[in-house]
Ligand binder design. Structure first.
Ligand code: PEP
Ligand code: MG
Length: 312
């Protein structure tokens, strides 16, 4: 009995019947690193690199970036680190990387699109990641934010591999990318769903407006439908499909995401324990049944309620 209990509170994520679900942490600022590394996880599922670029007049040098990435890779030696390349623009404006004349910055040159205007920014960042990965014991994966079409995933993966980095992925944050996730997955090694932006773009609701929180609720069945579409398409191509948006932090919603076919969950370090415990007390069939209930609900509140009742 004691062994069963300890299996539930630690170690790799798995459902009650042993279906593995990688549990990873989101990492944003250097100050978070010690606590994030100390948490029982299989690594970092979303390393937001924007902190390196904030409050500056120009981009950090390759050497500066390499030193910062090295620290993270060292702290996660033996584990996976998914580095998300610079996501400038919209809610993360940077003076040297964001156009000031856009009327709709969330729909403008942001995320991977920044590299169209300034290819050197991405090139330098990839060189820095590659230099830091070289000789490190972390399993370094690299992914691009705001990928909309398969061609972007292909070009990004090619560029990542030209730097000697082995694993390249695309974030699914735009409904078009979710709808055509199979085409994206064929061109790279993994997909990672960013539910914050995916909700924003699916519901045409600015993610920074608390007055629209109801539309941005990650329990929205339409959002879950996009997650299912992406997860199934990724699985058909033999690619892992994770969730790294805030949705992954909700222990009840985590069951639904796994039921929809998601293979990893990345959340704030403090949330992982509850997510792990939730998974450990439900089998995969259970998760699939709960996912069906959520998808069949007319709205977010009904989805949450239906799953809460059925999971109890
Ligand atoms: C997301 O959009 O869900 C995501 C994980 O990226 P960010 O919140 O940094 O935009
Ligand atoms: Mg995002």
């Amino acid at each position: 009995h004691r062994r069963r209990l300890s299996a539930q509170v630690g170690g790799p994520g798995r459902t009650a019947d042993g279906h593995p679900v990688k549990l990873l942490v989101n990492l944003g600022a250097p100050a978070e690193l010690p606590a994030a590394a100390a948490v029982d996880s299989e690594g970092v599922g979303l390393f937001r690199t924007e902190f390196l670029y904030l409050d500056r007049e120009k981009a950090p040098t390759r050497e500066e970036q390499t030193a910062a990435y090295r620290e993270v890779f060292a702290a996660f030696a033996g584990r996976r680190v998914v580095v998300r390349t610079l996501d400038a623009g919209a809610d993360k404006p940077l003076p040297f990387a964001t156009a000031s004349d856009e009327q709709n910055p969330a729909l403008g040159v942001r995320g991977l699109r920044t590299a169209r205007r300034d290819p050197q920014l991405l090139e330098t960042q990839l060189a820095a990641i590659a230099a830091a990965a070289h000789g490190s014991d972390a399993d370094v994966w690299v992914m691009a934010p705001m990928v909309s079409v398969p061609g972007e995933a292909a070009a990004f993966a090619e560029q990542v591999k030209a730097h000697g980095l082995r694993t390249a992925g695309a974030m699914v944050e735009v409904p078009a990318a979710a709808l055509r996730a199979g085409d994206l997955a064929r061109r790279c090694d993994f997909l990672s769903i960013g539910t914050n932006d995916l909700a924003q773009y699916a519901f045409a609701a600015d993610r920074t407006l608390s007055s629209l929180a109801e539309l941005l609720d990650p329990w929205q069945p339409a959002l879950l439908e996009l997650v299912r579409t992406a997860a199934e398409a990724g699985a058909a191509q033999g690619r892992p499909v994770g969730v790294c948006g805030e949705a992954a932090a909700d222990p009840l919603l985590a069951l639904v995401l796994v039921g929809l076919g998601v293979t990893s969950l990345s959340a704030a370090p403090g949330c992982l324990g509850d997510v792990r415990a939730s998974l450990a007390s439900h089998g995969l069939d259970d998760c699939r049944r709960l996912a069906g209930l959520a998808l069949a609900a007319p709205d977010a509140a009904a989805a949450r309620e239906a799953v809460r009742e059925a999971a109890a």
